[in-house]
Design a protein around this ligand. Structure first.
Ligand code: AHR
Length: 650
């Protein structure tokens, strides 16, 4: 059934003699539809150094020397006036066929007091934490002129403080992996540090890959940064849409997310250029995405490459597309097949014997950009092949109601359609009351696979100008996010899943390509934007029954749901105005309401925001309210988002 939101002018007087500007009427006599239990999830891709330098906990930037074929980016020589070293990239002397570059260190002068070698500056610094064990792995070989030890240390930028140190020895002419632990003492946290590798005698050494990990989430090898994963878990996500976004498409067919190349030990992953202007190590590959879902107790929503890339190239439907359809089928088998299947066996060999649960597969990304208009035929080809082998899977078309009817898939009926909305707050405030009200309830389910409010219509997220703005949004944007989330909840019988995008941003100016983003971080710390907290307030307070709600005479927007197990009624209200608003809340069909309830409020000035230095400037505040009856007046502060958790008896 379609939930109802209407705006009408009326004046009302509040119970208890209080005057209210407006009413918010909730019909609790019956459920107006089931809330999709998958409603709140996350969308992710490699953008803004989300993975490399972010969630993927590797600390060495350009660990395999492949970022720039002409110079060892992020690596620099270490020597003093009494030592000397020459660094050179080498394509002839490499660990294997995947790591097609090595770094040669030719130390011509060094002794114990004057070592020479190379340093890596990390992803905008190497984070040093007190009493912490770092795991280093180094692929190395030596020339005939060297047999001594190699010192590995985490050292302050200016070279004066050694935070942790270790040694590898026994290097020979044969490539080998050396592993060691570097442990810090009681030091003050800092990111003004580098990883330094030095020799204390002349000789030649080649490095094929240098990796350094801090402790990871659940101590998983090749794992995730703990603080960032915790922030994601705290959003209570039910699904993860990956690997994009534009990242699944790549700029060219050759630079798509080629999942087979992201499997196995990191020394077997060549990496690839990501469409956001830097190279991905592919350290966070297909299995890591799936394990990330597992860590969050969320379902994967797997996007497969569908023959369209960002530069505008497409693969013709028919025989040309067949290899890509096969790749998608194999990918699904890698995710869901048991060990008796070839790709299920490969997953087991990679370390995960149990198949993953998969319900949704998205075919491509934003295929409305494909000027050749081949998506209908490409979708059809994927659809028929996937449904033939996996009839239980639900397939998502990347063209939804936000695009003209003519561009949508018509040869097959998608199970779900993906819509994307990047709008200014004012636009969300204007459009949300009507959002999805008139959608055909018998049509495909809806996935809002990317959305975010930005503060100012003049600065679009993809404009270069946006990159000069703070990377994460203000409270003003969070108000836009909240009115849209309320609209999606009102329509959560049809909107089965939704996710904000992008999720993560390294706040260093050189690291980012897009704003606004939900969570900001640097090498040492992370914080949630006001939008993060708005999302958390919504996703952690979700009932399972939609209750119809009507706003009257108010700029306040909102939604109501009920938890059928407890009877709790959850009311979400947003006041996007700079003045307080008193709203008379009428709940029909409720005999009694506990006089006390919990209110969670996010409020402030529109320009208020959070940052690395002020991570908790705008956060939700939980209070108890009392004196409630089935009709009561609630005054919303200016610029506020409020969740009321009411205990009701029918
Ligand atoms: O979220 C950033 C980008 O916006 C996504 O990669 C793309 O799908 C959309 O255009």
């Amino acid at each position: 059934m379609k939930p109802l939101i209407t705006l009408a002018l009326c004046a009302c007087t509040a119970v208890g003699g209080l005057a209210a500007d407006a009413t918010f009427t909730i019909d609790a006599t019956h459920s107006a539809g089931q809330v999709s239990p998958l409603l709140y999830g996350l969308m992710t891709e490699e953008i803004n150094h989300s993975y490399d330098g972010g969630l993927y906990a590797e600390l060495i930037q350009n660990r395999a020397f492949l970022d720039n074929p002409t110079a060892p980016a992020h690596w620099s020589a270490v020597c003093d006036p009494d030592s000397a070293v020459v660094l050179a990239l080498d394509t002839t002397n490499t660990f294997n066929d995947e790591l097609t570059m090595s770094l040669q260190l030719k130390v011509t002068k060094a002794d114990k007091a004057h070592p020479a070698g190379v340093a890596n500056d990390g992803y905008w610094g190497i984070p040093v934490q007190p009493r912490t064990r770092y795991h280093a792995a180094i692929l190395a070989r030596a020339g005939a002129d060297f047999s001594g030890p190699v010192k590995v240390a985490i050292v302050s930028d200016e070279g004066q403080t050694v935070y942790a140190t270790g040694t590898i020895s026994g290097l020979t002419a044969v490539w080998k992996k050396y592993e060691l632990t570097l442990e810090t003492g009681q030091v003050a946290p800092t990111a003004a540090a580098r990883l330094v590798i030095t020799l204390d005698q002349p000789g030649t050494v080649w490095l094929g890959l240098v990796s350094l990990f801090p402790p990871t989430w659940n101590d998983q090898p090749n794992g995730f940064r703990k603080d960032l994963l915790q922030m994601l878990v705290d959003l209570n996500p039910k699904f993860l849409r990956f690997p994009g976004g534009n990242y699944v498409e790549g700029d060219q067919v050759e630079t798509r997310f080629d999942w087979k190349k992201t499997l196995g030990p990191i020394e077997e992953r060549h990496g690839h250029p990501c469409p956001w202007g830097y190279r991905s190590t592919d350290g966070l590959g297909l299995l890591e995405f799936l394990e990330w879902c597992e860590d969050m107790k969320a379902q994967p929503v797997l996007a497969v490459y569908a023959g369209y890339s960002l530069s505008g190239v497409h693969v013709n439907p028919g025989p040309d597309l067949e290899p890509f359809v096969r790749e998608a089928l194999e990918e699904i088998e890698y995710v869901t097949g048991d060990a008796s299947t070839p790709w299920g066996a490969r997953r087991a060999k990679d370390g995960h014997a149990a198949p993953f649960k998969l319900t949704y597969v998205e075919v491509g990304n934003e295929d409305w950009f494909d000027k050749s208009k081949s998506y209908d035929a490409r979708f059809t080809q994927f659809h028929d092949a996937i449904k033939a082998k996996y009839p239980q899977l639900k397939l998502i078309s990347t063209i939804g109601n936000d695009q003209p009817q003519a561009s949508r898939v018509h040869s097959r009926r998608p199970d779900m359609m993906d819509e994307h909305y990047y709008l200014a707050t004012d636009e969300f405030v204007r459009k949300s009351p009507d959002y999805a009200r008139h959608y055909d309830r018998s049509g495909p389910e809806i996935f809002v696979g990317e959305w975010a409010a930005h503060e100012d219509a003049a600065i679009k997220p993809w404009d270069v100008g946006a990159r000069t703005q703070p990377p994460t949004p203000t409270l003003k944007a969070a108000l836009g996010d909240a009115v849209f989330m309320a609209a999606m909840e009102r329509n959560a019988d049809l909107i089965k899943m939704q996710c904000y995008a992008p999720l993560l941003v390294d706040v260093n100016p050189g690291a980012r390509q897009w704003r606004p983003d939900l969570i900001g971080f640097d090498a040492l710390s992370s914080y949630g934007s006001p939008s993060y907290y708005a999302l958390q307030m919504f996703s952690r307070n979700l009932g399972d029954e939609i209750l119809s709600a009507e706003s009257a005479a108010t700029p306040v927007q909102g939604c109501a749901t009920r938890d059928s197990a407890t009877g709790e009624i959850i009311v979400k209200l947003i006041n996007p105005q700079p003045t307080a608003e008193s709203v008379k809340i009428e709940i029909k069909g409720v005999a009694a309401l506990a006089s006390k309830a919990t209110a969670i409020t996010l409020a402030g000035s529109p320009e208020d925001t959070n940052s690395i230095n002020r991570p908790r400037n705008v956060v939700p505040v939980t209070t108890q309210v009392s004196g409630l009856q089935p009709e009561f007046v609630y005054t919303l502060p200016p610029n506020s988002i409020v969740v009321l958790k009411l205990k009701a008896r029918p």
